[in-house]
Ligand binder design. Sequence first.
Ligand code: SF4
Ligand code: SF4
Length: 169
Amino acid sequence: MQEVLIRSGVNFYRCFHCRLCHNGCPFAGVMEHPPNHLIRLLQLGRLEEALQSNTIWICVGCNACISFCPMAVNIPVLMDTLREMAREKGLPVKEPDVVEFHRQVLAAIRRRGRANELEIMLGYKLKKREWLNDLGLGLKMLAKQKIKLWPTSIRDPQELEPLFEGCEP
Ligand code: SF4
Ligand code: SF4
């Protein structure tokens, strides 16, 4: 628990289980442990359970929970730390598709310094070989110009390279 505290900088012992984060989280219904349950596991020292739950991979970091929390417990940062620790320990990932999606987002940022939705989606589909899933949704997003057809880059993406040193590919 000490390691989680130090690495995340989030004092999860401040949580008194008012459940506001749980009620405000758009994905609580599909999490094995909604946000405040996950915190309870940490408070009880049940780190392995927290690291192996699907919760840490389902969280999208939308920040809804922290905007409700009266104790300012930064749950998205906590989730990031738990994801990193789960990967470092080589624990089984409950939602491997989410890991692949994260890889594609990071690869796109590494290439261009910007995340292009179409590039990320195509990279993800190529890996998963699921070309037709979500096709209708993708076309709708294209039609509404929610997805840019042509990716743009920052002036010198190489400048970002030090940020990625030591990261897994
Ligand atoms: S909103 Fe904050 S204090 Fe309330 S249960 Fe969630 S983390 Fe704990
Ligand atoms: S940041 Fe994660 S835990 Fe918090 S509300 Fe969003 S999805 Fe839920």
